[in-house]
Design a protein around this ligand. Structure first.
Ligand code: ACM
Length: 457
């Protein structure tokens, strides 16, 4: 048949030789663009690559002829956002999802509950939002801010349209202050510094309450995963020693200490999640809790404890790596920045270190080439982030480096080449109105202030 296509066509072709569902082959020729993939995911990614090139060319511009054949290094390429410490809101979450899609990131881990605010409507327990969503880290009396179930459904759909899975996190048994402010009957107490920090692991009612919540979460989020936190329980569990319900289970279940109580709690909740046909995700504290290997994913976050990563691997858990350094984007990205976090001796999280992750910095004696490592994730905690502009400044350009780290094998990494390509990406940030840190010319992008005071060095 006579060719009737005009110049400038895009053809999408199913190619069964693309075995990985996210793999694609993009061919750009003077006649047009062909995207080949085995699945819709790969096809979407091929189009994103084409879109990046086209966005750069601008009105009347041209794009280079090329063949790009790519397949991701990791299947889990994530970003986490904490909306408890400061609520960022729907418009900005959608913008983040847009940029994740452009960068072919595919998991959005949504930290929806923590001590400073409960941010998701649960119909069975309305006080969680009418009381628990009041306040944030800067202003404990700020009016309630949270997502209704209808809003969540809209964002889940928005993410699905961009091939992004949303993994909700309901943090327990610690980081629970906002929930137990609403329902004090389930409080397990806290410490002087972290009052009412925990749920009460000795009360049957606590398990019913939390399982009811997770049932609604299950109905809202189609992901096969539910994240239940499990981190930093020791910050505020000393009251457990004195609560009659907890003393009773210590005795009746033969638990030897508060860590054993914590593990008992995590196993109970893991059982609940299994009955909901979901898989548990937990922070790396859960490695020692004895949760079933076949139904648990571990997020390794404590970079000062590589042994947690080693233990997770030796026990056979699937793992997502997100060590604070360099993958917590609330850490500063430049030495003179004053508002974000730094580790001891001023250690911070520059873009170059994100690009090279995982490299070899944590891996002595640990095989990070094991297929148990599902992927990597950048985490944005919001103690030091309170506005969309500040969020963007901390996320960009590190998100671009994260995406390359998640897609690229070490043998293909080339930081100089990445730097060159970042000129074009920074163009796209500019055109999209993104407030980013210009790491090549820091004077052009002064630090966007965070909440609270500037830190001294
Ligand atoms: C964490 O940063 N507490 C997981």
């Amino acid at each position: 048949a006579k060719e009737t296509r005009k110049k400038g066509w895009i053809q999408l072709v199913r190619n069964a030789a693309c075995y990985n569902p996210e793999e694609y082959r993009l061919t750009i020729s003077p006649e047009g663009i062909i995207v080949e993939a085995g699945c819709a995911n790969g096809c979407f990614y091929g189009l994103q690559s084409a879109l990046q090139l086209i966005s750069n060319a601008g009105e009347g511009g041209s794009i280079p002829c090329a063949v790009i054949h790519d397949t991701p290094r990791y299947g889990w390429r994530g970003m986490m956002l904490d909306e408890s410490r400061h609520f960022i809101g729907k418009a900005e979450v959608k913008k983040l999802l847009d940029f994740m899609a452009l960068h072919k990131l595919n998991k959005f881990h949504w930290h929806l509950t923590d001590s400073q605010g409960w941010r998701v409507e649960i119909r069975r327990y309305p006080l969680l939002t009418s009381v628990g969503a009041v306040g944030n880290l800067t202003d404990p009396n700020a009016p309630a801010q949270y997502y209704t179930q209808a809003e969540i459904a809209g964002i889940v759909k928005y993410a699905q349209d961009r091939f992004i899975e949303i993994i909700p996190e309901i943090d327990m048994p610690g980081h629970a202050t906002s929930a137990v402010k609403a329902y004090p009957e389930f409080s397990g107490g806290g410490s002087k510094q972290y009052p009412d920090f925990t749920f009460n692991p000795g009360k049957e009612g606590t398990y019913t309450f939390l399982t009811d919540i997770l049932k609604e979460i299950t109905n809202l989020f189609p992901s096969k995963y539910i994240h239940i936190g499990g981190d930093e329980v020791h910050f505020g569990n000393e009251q457990w020693n004195y609560l009659p319900d907890v003393r009773n289970i210590i005795k009746s279940k033969g638990l030897k200490d508060l860590v054993a109580v914590e593990h008992y709690f995590l196993n109970r909740m893991s059982d609940s999640i299994r009955t909901l046909n979901k898989t548990v995700v937990g922070w790396d504290e859960v490695v020692t809790a004895g949760l079933p290997v076949s139904n648990t994913v571990v997020m390794w976050w404590r970079q000062e404890r590589p042994e947690q990563l080693g233990e997770a691997i030796s026990k056979g858990y699937e793992i997502v790596m997100c060590p604070r350094l360099p993958l917590y984007f609330d850490f500063v990205q430049y030495p003179s920045h004053k508002y974000g976090r730094k580790w001891s001796k001023g250690e911070y999280a520059p873009i170059e270190r994100v690009y090279h992750f995982p490299g070899t910095e944590y891996t002595s004696g640990i095989s990070v080439s094991t297929p148990l490592i599902k992927g990597i994730q950048g985490n944005v905690w919001t103690e030091v982030i309170h506005t969309p502009e500040r969020l963007q400044f901390m996320v960009y350009p590190r998100l671009s480096a994260l995406a390359e780290a998640a897609w690229t094998q070490d043998s293909s990494k080339n930081y100089e080449n990445f730097n060159l390509r970042m000129n074009r990406m920074m163009n796209i940030y500019n055109k999209s109105g993104i407030t980013f840190f210009n790491y090549k010319n820091p004077d052009l992008s002064p630090e966007v202030a965070g909440p609270g005071k500037r830190k001294k060095d």
